[in-house]
Design a protein. Sequence first.
Length: 226
Amino acid sequence: MKLDPSDMLLALARDLSETRTTLTSGMENVVERLEALEGAEYDDAIAGLRKLLGELTEAVQKLQAKEEEEEPEGPGTAPDWTNLDKEQCQELWDWLLIWCGKILLPVYAREVWRPCWFRHQQLRIQLTWLCAYWHWSYEKTAPPTRAAEWHTRWWPAIEKFMKDELKECGYVSESLRDPLHEIPQHGDDALEYEDFADHGLTDWVAADVARRPDPEKKRSKKDPAD
């Protein structure tokens, strides 16, 4: 059968049109599905991840802030004997005497203690920062490493200093004929070897407090400025 070229062209054009319609419809369907996935699934997932990341970042920052708050770098400023008024001086003496009498002497220092300890200025200064470090080591939130360092580093250093500083103080004996600070063995002033302090402590503290400046009065808001 003889084919008419015009009929063939019409048939081919019809097939192309149908194919184009099918492809267009299919592509539109694919585009719609991709847009749905990107708009719904991926956007929601990304938004969820961003939210989770933000929460994690906030949680980490809070933990870091808490650790910094609970873990200071050191025990703070050690008390300074050179810059005290009368009230501060009395408070510092009371604080040091209580700790030395109740903690340091009976628990750690009995073998090296001498009743004249407070008369040795450098020893008193070193005992002051040792006391501050001890309190910092035994705070409720303190890790055991602080106490470990106090026992293995700081107290041994002061113990050695005490032995050297007080070696010329004590009872008169064959090896110590002329003590720097004598411990009386007879009479009303007699002391036991392990006594906390000699009888001059009260007068010594009172004299130290008396030579300090008076506390500055807190200025009222109504007081004129200097």
